[in-house]
Each structure stands twice: as structure tokens, then as C-alpha cells.
Ligand binder design. Structure first.
Ligand SMILES: [Zn+2]
Length: 440
């Protein structure tokens, strides 16, 4: 069966049928997870103290704070830096949120998507059964996250509305989907369509090229790479080592299939190459979700950077070990999209171990923020949760994890990405108010 993140949130329920606030998204995930039953009475108590209805309270900043406070109480570990006052007084919650915002303001979302194309996904016509699994999975996720029409709401306009305008995200890096064998011979999101995101918000987005699949032929792959660079001015690559060809996958350290791509990247000036690692979902083979191929390719292409999207979760320790035992390595990065979102509300201890392992072994300069939005709707609840998240003292002491200080959070949120993607001038010139996008 396909991966469905909501298997972990069986009691997940939307509180309203209308558009959700980002806080409601986050609070509903806390309530839907296995801690939900024990969190729920704390929410009721805080709502009563605030003099609000449960439904109204859940959509407020205090409702979200109350859920985090409840996790601290239920688990007996301090996962969230959140006060009693925030949890019962919406005005206090708002004030504390705006103070935190100035401490960690430059946010680069390394991992964003839309899932739409003009000719749609029509089963049996341009989409195979397996291709539909993936589309339906993203559709379900979007609907649960407040996008009323699921993938149909993941439009170019909504990308700006949800991510650039509706959250504290300053720059969004756009990631493509390929898998053309499942989508009528054309990439799931063709580059000419994804380029519309970049055209609409040239100063607030970076576009990555994708869908390169050497099992389709190395020659055609190299030609496409050249076309992406020359015609679409891509900033880097985001690839998948599992694919929809009969071979089902490939490796970054394959000297015949992959090394010609990296050599061509060198020639074309492409420095940053990402790969989906971990989350072995949908129709894809888990073995290709492991990150062990980063070991050789990082050594053999020291002038290129390799980014493990999703941080390899649930195999993040394998990724981290390749730097923990080889501290000389300086070109291996990780990114937190979906991994943070899927663990922070429901498995806070796992979330703390993931972040702790990555920060300790890869180093605080090599872990980057990402949300996998707009698949997860508006990313603001993830931003708010990360601002408050901490690694409990017991884990810092027992595992040697670095604490998630404001300084470390600022690096993860944007400064590491600023270094990697040459966004330093933007990071230094943080505007007093985030530029608003022009309504369309
Ligand atoms: Zn993604």
C-alpha cells in the first residue's frame, strides 16, 4: 500500500469545514496523533481559562501554544519553549510570537512544490495506476491541510499566497517532479509549467531542475540538463534515485550512469545537487531511499554540494554517520521537509533525536529548513513549531546533541541556505516588513 502520513494521525479531524488557520493545522495534528487523547483535556482547560469555545481556541495562536504545553506536561520532557501565559492569553501568544520572529527572521524554504499541470492527471489516459497513487496521496495531504480542492489548489497563484505571502518564508526553493513513465511521457510537473512559479516571483524563488533519470538514457539526460540550464536558468538540481523505469532506480555513485551528470554540472556551473533520501513512499523502492551513495560521490566531487532532502528519515543515522565518522567532509547537507512536519506533533522524542543527530554529526552549518509545502498547505505552523522546539536537556546530556539555540535555529532557518545559494545579500538586508506579493 502507499505511504500515507495520516496513518500516524488516525484521529485527525478538521475543526471547521472552511479554510484553516495555520495554527489550527498544527493543533489538529497534535490532537490527531497518539498523544491526542491526553493533550485534549489540557486544551479544554486552557480554552476555559481564555474564555473561548474549544473550536475558536483551536484556531488561535494560544490553542497551538496550549497543545505544545500539553506535550511538555504529558511527556514530562521540555520539548517546547512555551509559557502558561501564551497558552491561555491569545494577546500574550501574539506578542511572544512577534518577538521570536525578529530573532530568526530570514527563512529559506528549501523544499516547496506544486502538483499540477495544465492537462491534468487522467487515469488510463496520461497517468498510470501507480502515478495516480502518488497524485492521490498528495491530494489527500493537501485536503487535510486546508486546501479545499487538494492538488487542484496547488496552483502557481496559491504557491505565492500560501508560502510567500501567508507565512514568514522569505525565499522558497521550488522542487520538480519527473516520473514521466507514469505521466504519459511528460514530467509530472513539466519544466515549462514549473517555470511559471519562478517567472511570477523572480526575487523570492529559486527553481531547481529535476526529473533527470539516467535509466532513460545518459545522452538524453545530459541534453535535458543542458536545456534546463540554458533555457530555464535553473539554480541547481533536485533528483530522485528511485524512478519509474523498469530498473526502478539508480545511484548517485554509479560511475556509468551518474558521474557523467556531475561532470556536466561542473561544466555548466551547477554546484548544488539535491536528492530525495528517506520517506520510501508510494510506488518507490525503499532501497533507493538510503543515502549510502552520497559517500563516494561526495568524495569524488568535492567541488559540488549534495543535499539529502528529508534528511534520509527514517534512515537519518546512516546519513549522519557519513559525516560523524568523516568530519573532514564539507559538501554534504540535509534538509528537513516533511520529516519535521510528520514527527514534531506526534513523535516529539523522535523529532528531537532526528534534529539532534543531524546537528551533532553533520554539524549546525549543514542542516537546512524545508517544509514540503504547498503539499502541507500553509507552512506557518511548521515555522511556529520550530521556533518553539527544543531538544530536552536529558537528550543533550545523554547524546551530546547541540541545543537548538536561537543562533542554531537562524542557521537552519536560512543562513546555511543563504551561504549555499548565494542569498547572503538578501539575508543581510532583511526588510522591516516582508515584501508582499502582488495579488493576482
Ligand atoms: Zn518534496
Amino acid at each position: 500500500m502507499e505511504f500515507n502520513v495520516f496513518e500516524y494521525f488516525k484521529d485527525y479531524k478538521r475543526g471547521t469545514s472552511g479554510p484553516m488557520t495555520p495554527q489550527e493545522q498544527g493543533t489538529a495534528l497534535f490532537l490527531g496523533g497518539h498523544l491526542g487523547e491526553r493533550i485534549s483535556p489540557h486544551i479544554d482547560a486552557c480554552a476555559a481559562k481564555a474564555g473561548m469555545s474549544r473550536r475558536g481556541f483551536i484556531g488561535s495562536a494560544s490553542g497551538f501554544a496550549a497543545a505544545m504545553l500539553a506535550v511538555n506536561k504529558v511527556t514530562g520532557m521540555k520539548f517546547f519553549d512555551v509559557s502558561e501565559a501564551e497558552a491561555v492569553e491569545p494577546a500574550a501568544a501574539k506578542e511572544i510570537n512577534s518577538v521570536r520572529k525578529t530573532a530568526t527572521d530570514f527563512i529559506v524554504d528549501q523544499h516547496t512544490h506544486i502538483c499540477i499541470r495544465k492537462d491534468g492527471y487522467i487515469p488510463g489516459v496520461n497517468t498510470t495506476e501507480k502515478g495516480m497513487w502518488f497524485v492521490n496521496l498528495l491530494d489527500d495531504l493537501g485536503k487535510a491541510m486546508g486546501l479545499e480542492n487538494g492538488t487542484k489548489d496547488m496552483t502557481v497563484e496559491n504557491f505565492g499566497k500560501l508560502i510567500l505571502d501567508g507565512s514568514d518564508t522569505r525565499v522558497a526553493i521550488f522542487n520538480p517532479f519527473g516520473f514521466r513513465e507514469d505521466y504519459g511521457g511528460k514530467d509530472m510537473v513539466p519544466i515549462e509549467e514549473q517555470a511559471e512559479v519562478k517567472q511570477r516571483w523572480p526575487d523570492r524563488t529559486l527553481m531547481l531542475g529535476g526529473g533527470l533519470t539516467p535509466n532513460q538514457g545518459v545522452g538524453v539526460t545530459l541534453d535535458r540538463l543542458q536545456m534546463f540550464v540554458e533555457d530555464y536558468k535553473i539554480s541547481g538540481l533536485k533528483l530522485y534515485t528511485f524512478d519509474s523505469t523498469p530498473a526502478r532506480g539508480w545511484w548517485f555513485d554509479d560511475q556509468k550512469l551518474a558521474y557523467p551528470i556531475w561532470e556536466k554540472c561542473r561544466k555548466l556551473g551547477i554546484k548544488n545537487i539535491g536528492c530525495h533520501k528517506g520517506i520510501p513512499f508510494g510506488q518507490f523502492m525503499a532501497r533507493y531511499a538510503h543515502a549510502e551513495d552520497f559517500d563516494a560521490v561526495c568524495d569524488d566531487f568535492l567541488d559540488l554540494n549534495f543535499i539529502a532532502f528529508h534528511s534520509g528519515w527514517p534512515y537519518q543515522s546512516e546519513l549522519a554517520a557519513m559525516k560523524g565518522f568523516k568530519p573532514q567532509r564539507k559538501n554534504m547537507y540535509s534538509e528537513l521537509g516533511s520529516t519535521f512536519a510528520a514527527t514534531v506533533t506526534n513523535r516529539p522524542l523522535e523529532c528531537a533525536h532526528i534534529l539532534g543527530t543531524l546537528l551533532r554529526d553533520l554539524g549546525t552549518d549543514y542542516v537546512m529548513w524545508g517544509t514540503d509545502s504547498a503539499l502541507w498547505g500553509n507552512p506557518q505552523w511548521q515555522i511556529d513549531a520550530f521556533r518553539k522546539f527544543r531538544i530536552p536537556d536529558q537528550l543533550v546530556e545523554g547524546h551530546g546533541y547541540p541545543q537548538l539555540t536561537d543562533e542554531v535555529k537562524a542557521k537552519v532557518f536560512g543562513l546555511n541556505a543563504a551561504r549555499l545559494w548565494n542569498l547572503k545579500s538578501m539575508a543581510e538586508a532583511v526588510p522591516e516588513e516582508k515584501p508582499r506579493i502582488v495579488a493576482v
